[in-house]
Design a protein around this ligand. Sequence first.
Ligand code: MN3
Length: 308
Amino acid sequence: MILRIDRLAIALDAPAHPSANSASAVQELLGGKFGEMSTLMNYTFQSFNFRGRSQLKPFYDLIANIAAEEYGHIELVAHTINLLLTGTTERNPDPAATPLGATVDARNHLHFIASGQTALPFDSMGSPWNGSYVFSSGNLKLDLLHNFFLECGARANKIRVYEMVDSPVARQMVGYLLVRGGTHIVAYARALEELTGVDVAKLLPIPDISNKRFPEARAFEERGLHRRMYRMSADDYREISKIWRGPHPEDGSELEVVDGPPEGGPVPEYPPEPQLTAPLGPDGVDPEMFADIKKKLFGNDKGSRKKS
Ligand code: MN3
């Protein structure tokens, strides 16, 4: 079971310049093949399907625990998309004024047609996330190799989205996820080392650029977030400390298990978007529509039902 906390992993500030096309690029980090929906569902299914749990408890604990952190990463990317989209159209309840006119040049019309100007489980090209992105082979060595590869691929995509989008809210989110994804790369490298003796961490970093080159990521690393594994449970997953230990492969700092989730930040509040009839129509209830319904129910004779 998952216990949910109504906070984001970090505080996110609304951007001064919202951008629908930046939001489309960020969608890759949510519903792309290497996005946060994929890390969440891969580790979730691998934990559901784990065989030989009692013999391999530290590995089970690690995969199950990282799955729980990934939920918060989906949440963080979705809210970044929402903040980038909020304010991209004219908040005008008159449909004849073409209040969504600016969106015809936006890359992803689904943000405006299929949702209330908010995130969807799609990649940057509008293709839906799908279950074939999940690898759960039943072979621990293979699954760990896959997870190491998945996190490195996710890191490459984060770096590229960072290079595309200069909005501070997107860069804050990507900086944080570069650091947290970095801990998951080290975790799967350490797990492979415990299982086989091979020093997988010698391959790092993949791609060959340090997190310290990204100012927002560097700030999180200076606070020690790259050496922390959050234990996302009140009582369980304690054996992660049998894998998450020793020196960090890049800077030699000591790896540390922290009991409980990150302190986090508030969930953003989104104002209504009347031009999208979100949450209700203009002015709550459209008076003309209301009069129409009344006429259909009661006829023109106010208040009394027609006698048949
Ligand atoms: Mn993640």
